[in-house]
Design a protein around this ligand. Structure first.
Ligand SMILES: NC(=O)c1ccc[n+]([C@@H]2O[C@H](COP(=O)([O-])OP(=O)(O)OC[C@H]3O[C@@H](n4cnc5c(N)ncnc54)[C@H](O)[C@@H]3O)[C@@H](O)[C@H]2O)c1
Length: 384
């Protein structure tokens, strides 16, 4: 498939380090040439991992100025995504951009337009799109016909808080916790239901991670820290109506105690079909179960992915790199492109607005804030 792609990483904190680790396991596909991060400690950690030969810059523009770098992974916080992504497209780089694409729709659309105008690739870090687990779910639902038409779907993510880094906890720097976190889950709803969200009703608040609170974060690799600041919701309930009349529900809790690690943080995703068949799944354990409906057959599918487990990565964490690097060489459009990324965020923007304004929000209203018309739902072919 040609020479390894010469890659630069911008932002090598938590997620950037994950990208670096995966890329170093894919040496026949990628050569990590340089990193950029404003934090010297992050640069030093990257240098220690890669060894001599890696350039490390404080200013990402120095990295982008290098003609030998073909593609960049952008893993700075989302408040800086637009600035860095636009500069990367101007410098002629293909871009892997972490989710959420931006903190608001206008910036999201500027990123999509800049990608189109530059003719460079844009892949969004919607990692589940690349997982054996969710691709398998899609196959079971649609191709095998377990639930060809979904009546209702739900997602329950109950977990510890975001990392104890200030930017993660404010609406201004994230677009809101629902934007930051749940674009992943809204993308799964869109993808499995093959439809666009129409309107959203949400409730939520910040009740535990508050001044005077006692929430002590014990994030792996960081000193224990009290999180008693921020204005993002720490719990929310969100109901969505889709254009085809199907419904979805998302329950988010971001304030389980770190000692509740023993719960295993199930990310429960379920669906009920018009045919009455029910699906329940837990990506953290790697199983998808079907029960009832048109057949009495109860089935459990083991959907664990050895390549993710070996890399200790998120579900899809290895494959998203493999496919991005392949797209750089073949010039195919990435599976999780800017439009998929944008659709994953529209329900999140609507949910944040619904909580603030205490009313049902139509996606149409959110579109007023953007630059692009909404495209009809399209089902991109699943990469081979
Ligand atoms: N796909 C996923 O599942 C997933 C998981 C975690 C995080 N993320 C996303 O990755 C992004 C980063 O999250 P994180 O947890 O790594 O945050 P982080 O704070 O751990 O790391 C961000 C890094 O960017 C650096 N940085 C900030 N501004 C910069 C700039 N202008 N130039 C260069 N470096 C800069 C910081 O110094 C830091 O090292 C976020 O958008 C987050 O939503 C995605």
């Amino acid at each position: 498939m040609g020479d390894p792609v010469r890659v630069g990483l911008i932002g090598v904190g938590g997620m950037g380090s994950e990208h670096l680790r995966c890329l170093l396991l894919l040496r026949e596909l990628a050569q990590v040439v340089a990193v950029a991060d404003v934090d010297p400690a992050a640069r030093e950690r990257a240098m220690a991992k890669v060894g001599p030969g890696l350039s490390a810059y404080e200013d990402y523009r120095a990295l982008l100025g290098r003609d030998d770098i073909e593609a960049v992974f952008i893993s700075v916080p989302e408040y800086a995504h637009k600035e860095v992504a636009l500069a990367a497209f101007s410098a002629g780089k293909d871009v892997f951009l972490e989710k959420p694409m931006a903190t608001n729709l206008r910036d999201t659309d500027e990123i999509i337009l800049a990608a189109e105008q530059s003719g460079r690739l844009l892949q969004i870090g919607l990692v589940y799109r690349y997982s054996r687990f969710f691709r398998g779910m899609k196959e079971l639902l649609k191709v095998r016909g377990e639930i060809p038409r979904i009546l209702m779907m739900w997602c329950k993510e109950h977990r510890v808080s975001f990392p104890p880094k200030r930017w993660y906890h404010f609406q201004e720097t994230t677009g809101g916790a629902i934007v930051e976190k749940d674009c992943h889950h809204f993308d799964i709803f869109n993808w499995m239901m093959e439809c666009r969200a129409k309107r959203v009703c949400a409730f939520g608040g910040r009740s535990v991670l508050v001044p005077g609170g006692d929430y002590l974060s014990r994030w792996p690799g960081l000193e224990p820290q009290l999180i008693d600041y921020g204005d993002n919701v720490d719990h929310a309930e969100i109901i969505l109506e889709y254009e085809n009349g199907s419904l979805a529900h998302l329950s988010l809790c971001l304030c389980l105690r770190p000692t509740d690690h023993s719960l295993g943080f199930p990310l429960e995703i379920g669906a009920i079909g018009y045919n009455g068949r029910t699906m329940l799944s837990d990506v953290s354990q790697g199983w998808i179960k079907f029960k009832g409906g048109h057949t009495a057959l109860e089935e459990t599918h083991d959907m664990r992915d050895r390549s993710d487990a070996e890399a200790n990565a998120h579900a899809g964490g290895m494959q998203e790199h493999v496919e991005f690097l392949r797209c750089v060489r073949t010039r195919e459009r990435p599976y999780a492109d800017g439009i998929v990324g944008r659709e994953s965020m529209l329900p999140a923007f609507a949910a944040e607005k619904s909580i603030k304004e205490g009313r049902i929000v139509h996606i149409e209203e959110i579109l007023d804030e953007g630059l692009l018309p909404r495209q009809p739902y399209r089902e991109p072919p699943m990469p081979g």
